[in-house]
Design a protein around this ligand. Structure first.
Ligand code: GTP
Length: 171
């Protein structure tokens, strides 16, 4: 029997950077070149083992608007620091690393910025399935394990096996 933890994840970023594609690759191991822009938001879940626990990612994928991804990232971080929960885990995905010859943000700048705000940073490709699992594993690792003595008293659920499900098809 493993304890299941629910981790709420919200993907934020400019339109077209690949948020939905990252979720689609993570949840369904699928990539669609002609994926539709998100309208409003969509929701999916995936449960993965993490040590002696199961982590159930509750993933909200939002619709991006602007088109200056590094500037937008900094705006979101400011917003989260001012209004987000205290124990928030921030992860920066530099997506489309398969297109590194037309890179917009130098990796060094992304790493320096991530370090300055205490965020995870990873270069991903939803298209080529690079570092997508690692992105979510990185988030999982930032979650402190449950205190075994608190068993059953903290909103966790005991389940037998990992499950995978999506509430809507993304592709
Ligand atoms: N080459 C490449 N293209 C990608 C990658 N990820 C996404 N794309 C493409 O980029 C375009 C936009 O992807 P989406 O996943 O819809 O981007 P989004 O950030 O969810 O966009 P909004 O819903 O408008 O906010 C699509 O044509 C994808 O096929 C990637 O890793 N590499």
């Amino acid at each position: 029997m493993m304890a299941i933890r629910e981790l709420k994840v919200c993907l934020l970023g400019d339109t077209g950077v690949g948020k939905s594609s990252i979720v689609c690759r993570f949840v369904q191991d699928h990539f669609d070149h002609n994926i539709s822009p998100t309208i409003g938001a969509s929701f999916m879940t995936k449960t993965v083992p993490c040590g002696n626990e199961l982590h159930k990612f509750l993933i909200w994928d939002t619709a991006g608007q602007e088109r200056d991804s590094f500037y937008t990232l900094k705006k979101w971080v400011k917003e989260l620091k001012e209004h987000g929960p205290e124990n928030i885990v921030m992860a920066i995905a530099g997506n489309k690393c398969d297109l590194s010859d037309i890179r917009e943000v130098p990796l060094k700048d992304a790493k320096e910025y991530a370090e300055s705000i205490g965020a995870i940073v990873v270069e991903t490709s939803a298209k080529n399935a690079i570092n997508i699992e690692e992105l979510f594993q990185g988030i999982s690792r930032q979650i402190p394990p449950l205190d075994p003595h608190e068993n059953g008293n903290n909103g966790t659920i005991k389940v037998e096996k990992p499950t995978m499900q999506a509430s809507r098809r993304c592709c």
